[in-house]
Design a protein around this ligand. Structure first.
Ligand code: IPE
Ligand code: IPE
Ligand code: MG
Length: 253
């Protein structure tokens, strides 16, 4: 083992260097399928299995919040059959897995625009939140019909309404006022954002909340992502030096 590998392993054992909140952009389902001569929808089916494995594994690792980007506000622009499959897979997931989530103490939170979701999908998401509301283990944040600009615009409208109704003063709007109006109100910012499939962009994910997140890009397509790959991301996180605009600990002159 090289010195740097030893340093990374030591860092991972130090639980203070564990991310409390991990957010994942689950990408590459379509390419995974195409590379095997399969329809893109098959990649999405396999991706749900990875999702199950990673939720369980993140819980075992002691992660407190796991956010999964499941469907973006821009994903409606995909072919109708693909959108329908993604909706169907969400329904199947909630129906099959909700009982396990309830019994394994997972608390579900849904973020994203709810106004234009089909009624059956919205109903299942609300049911998942309601039935797990009393749990206090891993919080699974499902970003569905989520787009960060849409989220920020809705927050701005809420603040504007409060100002015009005289409930708050424009001068009193702070970063906390904005954070409290976002869908993620009361969820801490992500410490680590993982994106699979080799793409290196945010695609309208958690723009406000990602201000000081660490990024980890994996070349692995989401259906092939595994607990072991997740651990490699945790190790990389453990070796990062988060400065928040200050200077490294111990670097004072
Ligand atoms: C991620 O995989 C799943 C969703 C966006 C819902 P993609 O479907 O984006 O897969 P690629 O990027 O086309 O390979
Ligand atoms: C981001 O992936 C959305 C989800 C993972 C749900 P996309 O595949 O939609 O992002 P782009 O289009 O490559 O930026
Ligand atoms: Mg993609």
């Amino acid at each position: 083992m090289t010195t740097s590998e030893t340093a990374i392993r030591t860092a991972v054992r130090d639980t203070s260097r564990m991310p409390s909140h991990v957010a994942i952009i689950m990408d590459g389902n379509g390419r995974w399928a195409r590379a095997r001569g399969l329809p893109r929808t098959e990649g999405h089916r396999r991706g749900v299995q990875t999702l199950r494995d990673i939720v369980r594994h993140a819980g075992h690792r002691g992660v407190r919040y796991l956010t999964l980007y499941s469907f973006s506000s821009e994903n409606w622009s995909r072919p109708i059959e693909e959108v329908q499959t993604l909706m169907l897979l969400l329904k199947i997931f909630v129906r099959r897995d909700l009982a396990e989530l309830v019994s394994s103490n997972v608390k579900v939170r849904v973020i994203g625009e709810r106004a234009d979701l089909p009624a059956d999908i919205l109903g299942l998401l609300l049911e998942a939140e309601a039935r797990t509301a009393g749990n206090d283990g891993l919080t699974l944040v499902v970003a569905f019909n989520y787009g960060a600009r849409n989220e920020i615009a809705r927050a701005m409208r809420a603040i504007a309404a409060d100002i015009s109704a005289g409930r708050i003063n424009a001068d009193a709007v702070t970063e906390a006022t904005i954070g409290a109006r976002l869908d993620t109100a009361d969820i801490p910012d992500p410490d680590l954002i993982i994106r699979t499939s080799g793409e290196q962009r945010l695609s309208n994910f958690l723009l406000w909340q990602a201000a000081y997140a660490e990024f980890y890009f994996s070349p692995v397509m989401w259906p092939d992502f595994s607990a072991a790959e997740f651990d490699v991301a945790l190790e990389a996180f453990g070796a990062r030096d988060r400065r928040y605009g200050g200077i490294a600990v111990g670097a004072e002159a």
